[in-house]
Design a protein around this ligand. Sequence first.
Ligand SMILES: [Zn+2]
Ligand SMILES: [Zn+2]
Length: 499
Amino acid sequence: MRIIHHGAVNGVTGSCHQLDINPNSSILIDCGLFQGAETEGKTSVEQLEITFDITHITALIVTHCHIDHVGRIPYLLAAGFNKPIYATTATAALLPLVIEDALKVGVTRNKRLIDLYIKRLKVLLQPIDYKQWFNLEVNHIEVDTGSNTETKNNSIGYQRAKARFNVAGHILGSAYVEIELSHPLPAVKPTQTQLQNKSDTAPIDKDNSHLVVFSGDLGASDTPLLLSPQSPKRADTLVIESTYGDKNHHNRKHRADSLRRIIEKAVSDNGVLLIPAFSIGRTQELLYELEKIIFEQQQNPMWQSIDVIVDSPMAANFTEKYIQYKSLWDKEAKAVLKQQRHPLDFSQLYTIDSHQDHLAVINYLASRKKPAVVIAASGMCTGGRIVNYLQRFLAEPTTDILFVGYQAQGSAGRDIQTYGPKGGYVYIDGERIDIKAGVHTISGYSAHADQQDLINFVEGIQNKPKHIRIVHGDTSAKAKLAEVYQRLLPNVAIEIGTN
Ligand SMILES: [Zn+2]
Ligand SMILES: [Zn+2]
């Protein structure tokens, strides 16, 4: 068994891990896009192209449908991949939307070509419910040991593999995956030669199997709407993300209070509050929190008159899926439903679909005398409809902008965050705009586990791992988490993934 990485080792994007089961069979876990500075200056085609051999890959397992975990799937298909793509039922429902959008934005506007890819994807997609084991195809290896042809043992590889998804609590449908590798139990005693040659009979775990766990992206323990991840009972090898391996978030109550206070202040002058947010996950979390505040502030006329506008057809599609899969919500969110409240579809919420309506809303907001909150993508202000809002409203002192997500170096969002409070300016689509708007940040509104969550995940595993490999993080986050884990588990081999 061997694990190699085709991404998400020198940063957090491009997730793509390869588990070699034996010399003839491998499984891919995720196939994502590199983003931002992590593209290392490569053109989009160069960085998307599948440069590794896929002949022995017998399946792709998708942990969740964020673009940096699935964005290279069209290129995998273009390379001739025709094996099953396993995903949870909710992820399988979201995935075609994500891939279609990714193709439109980054590859082609040719509808016929897009339809072909989506059709191909749907043929290969295998939706699997959480906690259901499913078998993975393993090509057998036969070895000639003289008079008999016997199955080789695990110094060469494994003969069987099965997998299952478990709740990761990161976004709708997200999962960590357990992959159990095993041999058929030997029917006959090992031969004298095998016994003498120890290296040929490598240690086998007590029930003849080895359990590999890929964390995917783990959610924060108090993410609104979604269940928190539960640790697996056992993991012999654990490959774990470390996005916030060196940080702890503010708790949810603290974040919700900040959100309420910032909105109250921002709209007290009837100005607009802009929240750049990713369409999947973050937007729905915000809606959930906003509905909760509006409900709690029933006596507050400001909160009862506020318009919440989601200006993103993508976000609207995903919100619909979040509602469709409400069986996956956490206890608190289900209790809200029982009270006949609609956390993602409340009466003050307006969803904008067409481009024409989008432009009309901008004009309407410019002339209205009533508080409004606008949520639009992209989360880092690098494109999408938020750009038109920024161009129209950033130079107005009654405007406020609230950042709830990570702003990468070099993004317009980071520039607004850095220069806005100093009375500076920002270039958006080549146009210089003076920032008169108030700039706010709520840190820790993250769909990712923080350091404590990552510690809890490992502490919760009853049969502790023998190996932990740390991936999906910046250098300092990976190093810090490795240090913390080593202190916690002095006898465990902890390594940082490299490619
Ligand atoms: Zn993710
Ligand atoms: Zn990720």
